[in-house]
Design a protein around this ligand. Structure first.
Ligand code: ADP
Ligand code: F6P
Length: 327
């Protein structure tokens, strides 16, 4: 018979994402509702190793649902890659009697959780908190919707200048090695071209279409590039285009970390709240070493190690839509 969970630790790890606070709030309040003791672990796995852990009550998570970033702070932690580091972390949890962990982070944090759960007897549940949406098995990750909306708002503003000056704009968005932010924000802002790592881009075709537009004196063109694209991001794309289109005015804008911050959208608050609730339910029900995903608006649980499998799939239909709508 599985031992019942009584004390749960929650941490945020890797890159922060808007909605992490809403998830922490949901985890803590759901645990308290069930009479569990709840602990916040500061700076992800780093705080676990350094014993930077404190007990949380309902007030600890008051007034945070609307805030970006994470009250628990976050970090990338080299020591956790080594068994010795994970052993230190385990000892710190053990001495407090923490017998369940909720990890809010991206695929790297999930990899760490898989290692930890293989080494030690503390069950882990993951919540996908990343703007990149690079976790398979879920339609949403916490922070993606906010990041895309931030990108859309910024690109809309840039479009005004693009139109006023007849310019070509290359806009680089984040996403690490995933193109979802580029794809979603690009379609939503009517980009003529969207360059993403999951698809090869025929640069000759792209240049020909720009030259054709130049002939027709239509120099306005919006190109959204994912930072992880094959050409190496916005600056490189601008350099290639400048060489082939010496008469065109081509500007580049790298949106950068504005995409990671800000108050979470309603959708991010909602999925963070639902996922946080289900993470605790999952630990209570003895469903261990899984992550909580949402597919077709239904919550489901998948093994943590599956989160990082089969990434990089973007269906042909998406690309067809981009092409047709840009014509
Ligand atoms: P994200 O979770 O946003 O993808 P990272 O890839 O930087 O961010 O991972 C966050 C942290 O997770 C790392 O700094 C490390 O502490 C831990 N981690 C990542 N991969 C592993 C691994 N293979 N083994 C142990 N820990 C890992
Ligand atoms: O994973 C989130 C993310 O913002 C990626 O989109 C980006 O590549 C990376 O983190 C940037 O990391 P840092 O904030 O460490 O520069």
């Amino acid at each position: 018979m599985e031992k019942k969970v009584s004390k749960i630790g929650v941490l945020t790890s890797g890159g922060d994402s808007p909605g992490m606070n809403a998830a922490i709030r949901a985890v803590v309040r759901t645990g308290l509702y069930h009479g569990l003791e709840m602990f916040g672990i500061m700076r992800g796995y780093q705080g676990m190793i350094e014993d930077d852990i404190y007990q949380m009550d309902s007030r600890s998570v008051a007034n945070i649902i609307q805030r970006g970033g994470t009250i628990l702070k976050t970090a990338r932690c080299k020591e956790f890659f080594e068994l010795e580091g994970r052993q230190k972390a385990y000892n710190n949890l053990k001495k407090r009697g923490i017998d369940g962990l909720v990890i809010i982070g991206g695929d790297g944090s999930f990899r760490g959780a898989v290692k930890f759960s293989q080494d030690f007897d503390i069950p882990c549940v993951g919540l996908a908190g990343t703007i990149d949406k690079d976790i398979s098995g879920t339609d949403f990750t916490i922070g993606f919707d906010t990041a895309v909306n931030t990108a859309v708002e910024a690109i809309d503003k840039i479009r005004d200048t693009m139109d006023a000056h007849d310019r070509i704009f290359v806009i680089e968005v984040m996403g690490r090695d995933a193109g979802y932010i580029a794809l979603h924000s690009g379609i939503a802002t009517g980009a003529e071209n969207i360059l993403i790592p999951e698809r090869k881009t025929n640069m000759n075709d792209l240049i020909s279409s720009l030259l054709e537009k130049e002939r027709r004196k239509k120099l306005v063109n919006l190109i959204v590039v994912a930072e992880g694209d094959e050409f190496g991001g916005g600056n490189n794309v601008q350099a290639i285009l400048k060489e082939k289109l010496p008469n065109a005015e081509i500007r580049v804008c790298i949106l950068g970390h504005i995409q990671r911050g800000g108050s979470p959208t309603c959708i991010d608050r909602l999925i963070a709240s639902r996922m946080g609730y289900h993470a605790v339910e999952s630990l209570i029900e003895g469903r261990h070493n899984v992550f909580v995903g949402i597919l077709n608006n239904k919550m489901h649980y998948l093994p943590l190690q599956d989160a990082v499998k089969n990434k990089g799939k973007i269906s042909d239909e998406w690309m067809k839509i981009v092409k047709i709508l840009a014509s």
